[in-house]
Design a protein around this ligand. Structure first.
Ligand SMILES: Nc1nc2c(ncn2[C@@H]2O[C@H](COP(=O)(O)OP(=O)(O)OP(=O)(O)O)[C@@H](O)[C@H]2O)c(=O)[nH]1
Ligand SMILES: [Mg+2]
Length: 297
């Protein structure tokens, strides 16, 4: 193989909850994208950039592809994932070890309808006690499409990531780097701050409530010895506002405490966080509202 510098876009695509964002964070070596045990955590296309002496890998985290056309936001999330995949030089199709289902098949059908190099990544192999079970699973999946490679990994335990990198590098085009070597993401600190708060909402709220929330940063500026951040939490119904605030403000306090710790790590300085909860009826169904809240293709 030539030792010319390579650079390209690598989209991480799959059904919700298979570990796309976890894998991106591990490959970059820093938390770029939020992670929760709930499906449909990621709502945007987010770049994580890895620069080495021989290559710049521009990883593209995408929302989990799902069938729901129920809201404008859901359709936008699916479209964002499709755009990520269509713009990529290489696709990592992320699946879960021993847990193939019709949702994965639907993603594979989308991939097969496009002319893309696809590496099948079988994640969460740490959950498989008897590793012998992986062999027939890999054999079964290998027959489903003409994958460029099949790589079992555990993003959580950082297993198999060197093998995955070895499969990525030669499949990227010879090209100069597109980003500065120190840049790890295309997203602003404000965006990352909003995502951190949204992660806590996803983690701490139950059932459908977190899916009705979104976060907008209103103020992000140097103030005294640290930073002052003000965030608006939008909810889709007035009943949800009560839940997010909690009895005597207890839930909002818990969310704020947890978010502030992560925000301090992000900013590198103490953070004074203010949060307001506001209702915008059925905002996720409303194209104008969704766009004004920072969602785009
Ligand atoms: N056991 C195990 N769990 C993992 C692994 N990778 C991710 N997870 C967990 O799987 C859950 C979902 O991870 P995410 O990275 O948010 O998954 P995602 O594919 O980005 O999900 P969406 O953004 O909702 O599409 C989280 O609880 C992760 O901690 C792994 O290698 N092993
Ligand atoms: Mg994700």
């Amino acid at each position: 193989m030539s030792n010319e510098f390579r650079c390209g876009f690598v989209a991480l695509v799959g059904r919700p909850n298979v570990g796309k964002s976890t894998l991106l964070n591990r490959l970059v070596g820093k938390k770029i994208s939020i992670v929760t045990p709930k499906a449909q955590t990621t709502r945007h296309r987010i770049l994580g950039i890895v620069t080495r002496p021989d290559v710049q890998v521009i990883l593209v985290d995408t929302p989990g592809l799902h069938r729901s056309d129920s809201s404008y936001l859901n359709r936008l999330m699916n479209q964002a994932a499709i755009t990520g995949l269509d713009d990529a030089d290489l696709v990592l199709f992320i699946t879960e070890a021993l847990r193939w289902n019709e949702k994965d098949q639907r993603v594979l059908d989308i991939l097969s309808s496009r002319d893309r190099q696809v590496v099948l990544v079988i994640n969460k192999i740490d959950q498989v006690r008897d590793k012998k079970q992986l062999l027939p699973f890999i054999a079964m999946l290998s027959k489903k499409a003409d994958f460029a490679a099949v790589v079992p990994v555990s993003a959580r335990k950082s297993i198999g990531l060197d093998s995955l990198n070895d499969e990525i590098l030669p499949r990227l085009p010879v090209s100069p780097a597109l980003f500065d070597s120190g840049q790890l993401t295309d997203r602003s600190r404000e965006f990352q701050a909003a995502e951190i708060i949204r992660e806590k909402l996803m983690l701490m709220l139950q059932e459908e409530v977190p899916y009705g929330t979104t976060v907008q940063i209103e103020r992000y500026e140097k103030s005294g010895k640290g930073y002052a951040i003000s965030a608006l939490i939008w909810v889709a119904r007035s009943g949800q506002k009560k839940i997010v605030i909690g009895s005597k403000g207890s839930m909002l306090k818990k969310i704020g405490e947890s978010a502030r710790k992560d925000l301090k790590r992000l900013v590198g300085e103490p953070v004074h966080l203010e949060m307001w909860v506001k209702v915008k009826e059925k905002w996720a169904d409303n194209e104008m509202a969704v766009k004004s809240m920072g969602y785009e293709l």
